[in-house]
Design a protein around this ligand. Structure first.
Ligand SMILES: Nc1ncnc2c1ncn2[C@@H]1O[C@H](COP(=O)(O)OP(=O)(O)O)[C@@H](O)[C@H]1O
Ligand SMILES: [Mg+2]
Length: 398
């Protein structure tokens, strides 16, 4: 399989665009796009309205035929494939929500595996699983009409429909564009969690730069039918290719990086910290109360871990000398935490809402990864400034 001159060890991209062009009459709307999307990546395609994002998505699943160039899926030219079979390998969440109003939720979702030729009973099971993945229990939501759901719930059904056929690739065209900001953030988080489990290859179109920075492993910035720059969020920020990209990502704003940088890319502290307000006697008491690998002490409380997972905090106020382990166990309080996949901006936001100048970092299984603090934010800005001036020098040297 694959192309004859391809080395066996070289991974084939899930999606490759090669010199892709599209004209309508005399107007060329996609003007030679080359792009590789590795398996398991979320590639965000962003650009002003009318720059050709939807056209590119629709060329990937051949709802639009390219004027020239090629789209390869797993190294294979899509022009050599049956378009119907091709589209069954690719989930598609369209702009707007696009549920069929005359079909109930379960039918809307099971339609996709049905089209793939999956027998009815099995298709219903696929649909059921997909609905659960997006947080809509089938007993409650399956029998509803789309119009009985909120915008956010309808959008979840749209995502479930794209997942129901278990495609390798999912194309999402401004999937959360119609939602209010709160539902939008909720669905972004859910999609990132889901992606952590499923590892699909996703092309995600948006015109919201914050959404792009949050969702994308890499971002492709488009301008009038061409790619202006493709790169990781922070590279775009620290080394924008031109003024258009710089303006688009807000490279001049030192705070912008908070919304671009993932917590896992930030300097999360994993070493023990000095015990400022916490005495040895309290530490000893906490250790005897909790079967824990206690490692972190911040401000006036300690983080308590059970089997590496964040169990909560015990604060100085809750400690009383001479009390037994039971006393402290009863006083374990929920800890504020932020996921590694979230942005530094969200970490900062949760510090501001909790009124505590640091926040625990956990992975999707609530395993404790360290702590990020208010003071670290300053270092992040300084480090990024240095990187960006190095990048400027490199550009000047070219
Ligand atoms: N079927 C069509 N016929 C003629 N022009 C089209 C057609 N589809 C899209 N276009 C034009 O192509 C350009 C890119 O459209 P589109 O890919 O939808 O942009 P985006 O999704 O980035 O907003 C726009 O100028 C649009 O008007
Ligand atoms: Mg569009």
């Amino acid at each position: 399989m694959g192309l004859p001159n391809e080395s066996k060890d070289r991974p084939v991209s899930a999606i490759s665009l090669r010199g892709l062009r599209k004209s309508y009459g005399d107007t060329e709307v996609v003007k030679g796009v080359d792009l590789d999307v590795p398996r398991g990546e979320i590639l965000v395609l962003i650009g002003p309205s009318g720059c050709g994002k939807t056209t590119i998505l629709r060329m990937i699943n051949r709802l639009v035929e390219p004027s020239s160039g090629a789209v390869l899926i797993d190294g294979e030219d899509t022009m050599a494939m049956d378009p119907v079979l091709l589209r069954r390998r690719i989930g598609y969440v369209i702009q707007g929500i696009g549920l069929f109003p005359h079909m109930k939720v379960l039918e809307n979702v099971s339609m996709v595996p049905r089209l793939k030729g999956v027998p009815k009973q099995e298709a219903l099971e696929f649909a059921q699983r997909a609905l659960v993945l997006v947080g809509l229990p089938v007993v409650e939501y399956g029998p509803k009409w789309p119009r009985q759901l909120s915008g956010g719930q309808q959008q979840r059904v749209g995502v479930a429909r794209a997942l129901a056929g278990d495609p390798e690739i999912i194309l999402m065209d401004e999937p959360f564009g119609a939602l209010d900001p709160v539902s939008r953030v909720g669905l972004q988080d859910e999609l990132l969690d889901l992606q952590g489990k499923l590892g699909k290859t996703i092309v995600f179109v948006t015109h919201d730069i914050h959404e792009a920075m949050k969702m994308g492993n890499r971002i492709a910035i488009m301008r009038e039918g061409v790619l202006a720059q493709v790169g990781k969020p922070l590279s775009l920020l620290s080394a924008p290719a031109d003024d258009f990209v710089s303006g688009f990502v807000g490279a001049g704003n030192p705070l912008a990086m908070f919304s671009f940088m993932k917590v896992m890319e930030a300097p999360v502290r994993t070493e023990d910290l000095p015990l400022v307000d916490i005495g040895d006697d309290m530490l000893k008491a906490v250790r005897s109360a909790h079967d824990t690998t206690l490692r972190f002490c911040r401000d006036r409380f300690v983080y308590v871990l059970e089997n590496g997972r964040l169990a909560g905090t015990v604060s100085v106020e809750n400690y009383r000398e001479g009390e037994g382990p039971e006393y402290l166990r009863d006083r374990l309080q929920p800890a504020t935490s932020v996921r590694t996949t979230r942005t530094v901006q969200e970490a900062l936001g949760s510090m501001i809402s909790s009124g505590i100048a640091n926040v625990a970092v956990v992975d999707e299984a609530n395993r404790f990864k360290g702590v990020i603090s208010f003071g670290d934010m300053y270092d992040i800005v300084q480090q990024q400034k240095e990187k960006s001036s190095e990048a400027d020098e490199n550009l000047a040297l070219r």
